[in-house]
Design a protein around this ligand. Structure first.
Ligand SMILES: *[C@@H]1O[C@H](CO)[C@@H](O)[C@H](O)[C@H]1NC(C)=O
Ligand SMILES: *[C@@H]1O[C@H](CO)[C@@H](O)[C@H](O)[C@H]1NC(C)=O
Ligand SMILES: *[C@@H]1O[C@H](CO)[C@@H](O)[C@H](O)[C@H]1NC(C)=O
Ligand SMILES: *[C@@H]1O[C@H](CO)[C@@H](O)[C@H](O)[C@H]1NC(C)=O
Length: 792
């Protein structure tokens, strides 16, 4: 529409002039929740901007609705629309006209019952016929709590679908569930009423200008980035969203979600995919982008408890108690801060930590994705005599800066010693102000800095893309579920943990700094117990002294779990070195289950000087599943230990449970093969070190109480049955364990307390408690039992 037409519409007034007769297609926009907070702050503004940008292509009508009758809802809605402002580049006379026009095109419509929705449908149809408009589509924006989605989708599907041809698009706001199950249920419900291509789940962070430009930037700078966008050149990637606000007033939401569900599962994870995905050959192809994104999800390593640190600002618990009327001694474990290291299994990203961190009540509000490159250059000449800004010895980084913080505007920064980026000059302009401002260790003058020509808020960026069906800037169902699938197990683990309490704001000091060593993430400073003097939840492992005494006539080592595991790891290390010195090799057999995982991780993160090259790895027992199965003991050994060192392949001896494409079949003689391999390689079939566990039923290895296997004589390796799934197992026999040189029995956790006490003074009874029959003919057995298992 030309300004003249707008003027005409404005001054003549009637609808006929506003909808010109030339052939523009018509879009009806329905904002459900039209007077809510989000609508007030962003959505009406986004719709208005969409309108001003697209009125040459489409004609529009806007319907705002809430559950309230129009006498209550309508004045509130108009008050919001009247307060709208234009972008700074729109002259004020034009702005007044546009706004007036927009107000005329907007009307309130009560949206509560299904009849309300059919009335709305009738209203839309009437306008279309009356004005002879060609319908392009209908956009429903649901700015309502998630529990109302299905109900509204039902009504929209039942009454408001356009006649064949025009599209229906429904925009949804997070949260989309709080774990995999709930997200899946919501998705399944919605799919009954809306087709996948009709749903637009908004993640407003994807509309932040610096974030929205990550893929185009990577695409346009392909030549410079392609050789260096990989593990060989990138040191690490930080994806950070810090907030100064707290959760006060919103604790009923926050208690259910916490920082991971609130911003990490969605915003930060989406950014991770944008940084790591293969750049699409066709940047406008939403489907290709989606496929590449899904490939990233496929390569994410499952995060474990050891990849994360969590915190909670001090006042949070009291706010929960007050707002949710909990008992005074209620203790919330919900994290308001998290730092998580994520790793990808891909040749491109192997070993590069992606540090995702977010929190409330922090020192500043800022968001960014920072790609820090490795420092490879050695600069001989002194800084003072060279042109410093291009020095190869300064940090090299690319930063997508969302805004706030020190810069206070969205920006893309590239170290000058990397390359001069190609930027779309219609949308980005170079910034040369503030040369002395320091950002990430460098003055701004050391970067190429670009900022958007026109700053727009995220909704103003995203809403127009709905009309263009640019689906890759929205979250589709597969993408959403993949993200939840990734995060849910960690969320479950974290819910058992007490977060570190932090004071909030500037007082946080270095309390929340954390260190990423290998794949292990830990707070850099010891737990500041002093902040909450009354709390007993914050004892650390070192609060326990290592106790040594005896158990069942053998040496006993006991301590808090972490300390105990550390002790076992160093005992093992010592024996390994002595053995290698003596015989050149070290034969180690390890069992499966949870307790040894902590040991593997400890070894992987602390024992670089272990004689890994001389160590042979054997399995004490194995589950009859393929080796790559998550339940495989070998897989666990591999993931938590072997994968971290260069161990000669010949030294690794998984049990042959999978032969001739079947699992643990007697006729395949897997057990005999393994026995042969032991006899051939291990001198006297006597292992140097065996790590065993013990079950709550007294089993060890895969030797269960009353098992027939216990009676089999003369075999080194046996097939057995377990009472729990997977039932079939392969295991070393007691006789071969008995002739080992060292055996460590590692028992951890409260659940083991009962069996530990029962066995303490009891006689050996292999039928009842197989572990009691581990008695070495000529070696040392040591019990490593943690404080929980020992004293309950
Ligand atoms: C919408 O409603 C119709 C019935 O009016 C139903 O047949 C259809 O399956 C529903 N869902 C979708 C996605 O169209
Ligand atoms: C890129 O993708 C868009 C959207 O699917 C399509 O319209 C366009 O033709 C594609 N371009 C090329 C060169 O394939
Ligand atoms: C094998 O074990 C025997 C007895 O345990 C020992 O005498 C011999 O030296 C060992 N051989 C090697 C190669 O370590
Ligand atoms: C070794 O294992 C057997 C079970 O086969 C057990 O009965 C025996 O007591 C153990 N001890 C020794 C020293 O062999």
């Amino acid at each position: 529409m030309t300004p003249r037409q707008v003027l005409y519409g404005l001054f003549v007034g009637g609808l006929l002039q506003i909808f010109p007769t030339e052939c523009k297609t018509h879009i009806s926009v329905v904002l459900v929740g039209a007077t809510g907070d989000l609508a007030r702050k962003y959505l009406w503004r986004g719709l208005f901007q969409m309108y001003t940008e697209q009125l040459d292509i489409h004609s529009f009508s806007f319907y705002g609705g809430t559950r309230l009758h129009s006498t209550e809802g309508s004045p509130v809605m108009y008050e919001i629309i009247k307060g709208l402002t234009c972008l700074p580049n729109v002259p004020s006379v034009k702005c007044v006209m546009l706004k007036d026009q927009f107000i005329k095109l907007s009307q309130y419509h009560q949206l509560n019952t299904v009849e309300d929705y059919s009335d709305l449908d009738r209203k839309i149809d009437e306008l279309l016929t009356q004005e002879g408009l060609k319908e392009e589509g209908r956009l429903f924006y649901l700015s309502v709590p998630a529990f109302a989605y299905v109900d509204i989708a039902t009504k929209v599907n039942a009454t408001c679908r356009p006649q064949k041809g025009p599209w229906l698009r429904v925009v949804l706001e997070k949260p989309f569930g709080h774990n995999l199950d709930s997200a899946q249920r919501l998705a399944e419900e919605l799919q009954k009423f809306l087709r996948e291509e009709e749903m637009y789940r908004i993640d407003h962070y994807l509309g932040k200008q610096a974030i929205a430009y990550i893929l185009p930037f990577r695409h346009d700078n392909h030549q410079a980035l392609e050789p260096i966008w990989n593990q060989h050149h990138i040191e690490r990637v930080e994806i950070v969203m810090k907030e100064t606000v707290d959760a006060k007033g919103r604790t009923s939401f926050y208690e259910q979600y916490g920082v991971v569900c609130d911003v990490i599962q969605n915003h930060l994870t989406e950014i991770l995919t944008l940084v790591t995905m293969e750049t699409p050959a066709n940047i406008s192809d939403s489907e290709e982008i989606h496929r590449n994104k899904m490939r990233v999800y496929g390569s994410l390593q499952k995060p474990s408890r050891r990849n994360a640190v969590i915190g909670q600002y001090q006042a949070y618990n009291a706010e929960v108690v007050q707002e949710l009327q909990k008992l005074v001694n209620y203790r919330s474990n919900v994290p308001t801060f998290a730092g998580i290291g994520i790793f990808l299994d891909s040749p491109q990203w192997d070993g590069v930590p992606f540090i995702l961190s977010a929190g409330k009540a922090l020192d500043e509000r800022v968001g960014y994705a920072r790609i820090l490159f490795k420092d490879k250059a050695f600069c001989l000449q002194s800084e003072s005599t060279r042109k410093a800004e291009f020095s190869q010895c300064k940090p090299k980084q690319v930063i997508f800066y969302v805004g706030h913080g020190d810069l206070n505007f969205p920006a893309i920064l590239v170290s000058r010693n990397l390359f001069k980026p190609v930027m779309n000059s219609a949308n980005w302009k170079q910034v040369t102000e503030f040369p002395h401002l320091h950002l990430f260790g460098l003055p701004l003058s050391d970067y190429y800095v670009y900022t958007p020509v026109q700053q727009k808020d995220a909704y103003a960026v995203l809403i127009p893309q709905i009309l263009q069906a640019k689906r890759d800037v929205f979250v589709n169902t597969k993408d959403l579920l993949a993200s939840w699938k990734f995060w849910t197990p960690l969320l479950k683990d974290l819910s058992q943990e007490s977060p570190r309490i932090y004071p909030g704001g500037l007082q946080n000091g270095n309390n929340l700094d954390f260190t990423v060593a290998g794949t292990v993430v830990s707070f850099s400073s010891p737990d500041p117990v002093v902040i909450v003097p009354s709390s007993l939840n914050h004892q650390t492992a070192s609060d326990y002294k290592v106790l040594e005494s005896s158990y069942r006539g053998n040496r006993l080592v006991s301590a808090g779990t972490e300390e105990l595991v550390a002790r076992l790891a160093s005992d093992l290390h010592r024996v390994a070195e002595a053995t290698v010195r003596r015989s050149g090799k070290f034969h180690l057999a390890v069992s499966g289950g949870l307790s040894p995982v902590a040991l593997f991780q400890r070894l992987a993160s602390h024992h670089y000087t272990f004689p890994w090259k001389q160590t042979h790895f054997w399995m004490v027992d194995e589950r009859c599943v393929p080796l790559h199965d998550a339940k495989s003991n070998f897989r666990s050994l591999h993931d938590h230990l072997l994968a971290h060192f260069r161990i000669p392949y010949m030294n690794i001896h998984p049990m042959p449970v999978h032969m001739n494409r079947r699992l643990c079949v007697e006729e395949d003689h897997g057990a005999d093969l393994y026995a042969n391999e032991i006899m051939t390689l291990v001198n006297g079939s006597s292992f140097d070190f065996v790590v065993l566990g013990a079950g709550t039923d007294g089993h060890t290895a895969s030797l269960f109480p009353n098992s027939q296997a216990l009676a089999q004589k003369g075999k080194l390796v046996l097939l057995t049955e377990s009472p729990v799934k997977p039932h079939q197992r392969m295991t070393l026999s007691l006789p071969v364990i008995n002739q080992s040189k060292n055996v460590a029995v590692l028992i951890t956790g409260k659940s083991k307390h009962l069996i530990v006490s029962k066995m303490n003074k009891a006689e050996e009874n292999s039928e009842k408690w197989p572990i009691t029959s581990v008695q070495l003919s000529d070696g040392e057995l040591v019990w490593y039992i943690d404080s929980d298992a020992l004293s309950g």
